[in-house]
Design a protein around this ligand. Structure first.
Ligand code: SAH
Ligand code: SF4
Ligand code: F3S
Length: 470
């Protein structure tokens, strides 16, 4: 696909800003400034997208609320990764019918990955008639135009066409705090892991120009942001589609030159494209956190092949060895799927043995959920839910023990920790993150928020560390 068609023109963005101004003018005619509620499900990419939607809503003159009953515009940003995620959203959307009964003028929008699926859009069209606007992630940039259509034409609007996807620069944003920020470096996914819906709902891989990413990071560093997380479904594919090819390690090096007291984290790094160059670059860049999320999914080479992951158990373990060789103190985390169709108990136990071998600091664990339209959903799946649950529990037992042991080994040490927010807990009033990204419950004054502090680690459990700022 031609880059000129992928990166939206400044004119296209200005046209949306014009719709934003027209909506703001309509809002000004109301007795009270409108309130918007944005409810977000799914991964950090969705969180970042919601911050853009909030930016547009703010520019339309909206304030924000968490209460659906008070909102004039409700946006539900959805996730399609597992069936549970979808069920939850249908529950939430179903409840909104009561909001609409009380306030018929309220506009209800459904966006994100679920909205991009034809079967979901159809279900909303037929059975959830109180939803006014449905749009997929590829149409996010034209939210102002779509909302203007709902306002002025008094009809339901659906924008869920199957698109390759674009890159929109310069969209407004509302960030959650002055401490942490998300920066998308690419969109979409080309990997088509056989269980995964993402490539079908997020379009093809497309990278932002390095200059645009660098400008955004520079601006955040200057504004005092301390943690900047680079986002992409597979950041290691970054740059393959650029006119002047540049890889992710090159990008990290360029970012590292930007002055400031900030850390760079990134996710997700696909093991098939992670290698020595990346690890050595991470080790050499002082702004890059010693943290690597390297999702393995399974410890069985047979299952990995069926998942279309592009590496074997042995190749994966070799990457872990290289990462640790470059950065002995690296904090490693991973994603695991238990119960892929046709997986046997012995294969699931290969996953347990892999995590025992790697000793991850933490895991995100999932039981396989069939996604309609993906190749894996058509495979025979003889293992029962109860059996899969048993394997899953074994995996969790192992990981919980390992996490607790690794966390225990921090006790007594003094670490540099970023205090990133207030917790609301009287005993441990602050939350923080170590360089490697582990959660620390902190004792200390609120003036520490946004600052790095030397913290003495005094305790730990399976999920977190406890410490006191010195
Ligand atoms: N791009 C990332 C993953 C994004 S989805 C990567 O490739 O690592 C986050 C996680 O959800 C995946 O790593 C996987 O573990 C899990 N997942 C994806 N599809 C799933 C499915 N159908 N059932 C269960 N878990 C799934
Ligand atoms: Fe899904 Fe695989 Fe793409 Fe990750 S790399 S988003 S698991 S298809
Ligand atoms: Fe979910 Fe879409 Fe992210 S399916 S995990 S919100 S990319």
């Amino acid at each position: 696909m031609d880059r000129t068609q992928v990166v939206l023109s400044a004119g296209a963005i200005r046209r949306q800003e014009e719709f934003t101004r027209r909506i703001a003018a309509l809002h000004r005619q109301r007795a009270h400034p409108p309130l918007a509620m944005v409810d977000t499900y799914g991964c950090q990419q969705n969180v970042a997208d919601s911050q853009r939607i909030m930016g547009m809503l703010r520019d339309m003159g909206c304030g924000f609320t968490q209460e659906p009953g008070q909102a004039d515009v409700i946006v539900i940003n959805t996730c399609a990764i597992r069936e549970n995620a979808e069920k939850k959203v249908f529950g939430v959307v179903g409840q909104l019918v009561h909001v609409k009964e009380k306030n018929p003028e309220a506009v209800i929008c459904l966006c994100g990955c679920m909205a991009q699926q034809e079967i979901v859009a159809e279900k909303i069209r037929r059975s959830y008639r109180h939803v006014d606007l449905v749009f997929g992630p590829q149409a996010l940039w034209k939210f102002p135009e779509l909302l203007y259509g709902v306002y002025t034409e008094k009809r339901r609007v659906f924008s869920t066409g199957d698109e390759y996807g674009t890159i929109a620069e310069g969209l407004p944003v509302v960030r959650e705090s002055g401490v942490k920020a998300w920066v998308s470096i690419m969109y979409g996914c080309n990997n088509f892991c056989s269980y995964c819906i993402v490539p079908y709902v997020r379009g093809r891989e497309r990278s932002r120009e390095a200059a645009d990413i660098l400008a955004e990071v520079r601006q955040l560093a200057e504004a005092g942001y301390r943690e900047i997380t680079l986002l992409g479904q597979n950041v290691n594919s970054y740059g393959k589609d650029l006119d002047r090819p540049m890889d992710f390690a090159d990008l990290l090096r360029e970012i590292d030159k930007i002055p400031g007291e900030y850390l760079i984290r990134f996710m997700t790094s696909h093991p098939k494209d992670a290698g020595e160059k990346l690890f050595e670059t991470m080790a050499a860049c002082s702004h890059t956190a010693r943290q690597l999320h390297l999702p393995v999914q399974s410890g069985s080479s047979r299952v990995l092949k069926a998942m279309n992951r592009g590496y074997t158990r042995e190749q994966y373990l070799e990457k872990v060895r290289l990462a640790r060789q470059a950065m002995p103190d690296i904090v490693l985390t991973s994603d695991i799927i238990i119960g892929f169709p046709g997986e046997t108990e012995a294969e699931a136990m290969e996953t347990v043995s892999l995590i025992e071998e790697v000793r991850y600091d933490a895991l995100f664990t999932f039981i396989y959920s069939p996604r309609p339209g993906t190749p894996a959903a058509k495979l025979p799946d003889p293992a029962s839910r109860a059996e899969k649950q048993r394997w899953f529990d074994k995996l969790l037992d192992s990981q919980n023990r390992i996490s607790a042991q690794l966390h225990q080994s921090y006790v007594g040490k003094t670490l540099r920790v970023l205090a990133d927010g207030e917790s609301g807990d009287g005993l441990w009033p602050l939350s923080g993150r170590t360089h490697g990204g582990r959660l620390v419950h902190l004792k200390g004054g609120r003036e520490l928020v946004g600052r790095y502090a030397d913290v003495k680690i005094t305790g730990s459990n399976t999920w977190a560390l406890f410490g006191e700022a010195l």
